[in-house]
Design a protein around this ligand. Structure first.
Ligand code: ZN
Length: 134
């Protein structure tokens, strides 16, 4: 089962500028900044009320974020849902015919194991499943 929306990811060109912008918007600084080398992204996390927003900046030109911004510009990149058992959800969704970008969970930012569903099987929306690492 997919639980609550864990966070929403926003692709940005310049993390330093967007960090200022979103700090003003939320009236609070980010609680975490982390580079995920395997994904080629720098991430900045904000907490506003019960919500989490992840800013993503490409850390190299081959990064999926660089390609996304090239194609579609800055903006909402993905919606992440919390799951309790990521392997079980991957299996269930595969049975339902969903496609994944990769089927094996990998380490993401903010102490999570993550996978992405392919947006062509979810009406163009990039969906992340994430499980808190224990
Ligand atoms: Zn995310």
């Amino acid at each position: 089962m997919l639980d609550k929306i864990e966070h929403i990811g926003i692709a940005v060109k310049n993390a330093a500028i967007s960090k200022e912008l979103f700090s003003k918007l939320f009236n609070t600084p980010p609680y975490k900044e982390e580079e995920v080398v395997s994904e080629g992204v720098k991430t900045i996390f904000f907490q506003t009320g019960p919500n989490k927003i992840e800013l993503l900046e490409a850390s190299n030109p081959e990064s999926p974020i660089a390609k996304f911004i090239e194609k579609r510009g800055e903006g909402i990149h993905h919606i992440a849902f919390a799951v309790e058992n990521i392997e079980a959800e991957i299996e269930r969704l595969k049975q339902e015919g969903f496609q994944f970008i990769q089927e094996v969970p990998k380490d993401g930012a903010d102490n999570k194991r993550i996978v992405f569903l392919h947006p062509k099987s979810t009406n163009g929306v990039l969906i992340e499943l994430c499980q808190e690492k224990s």
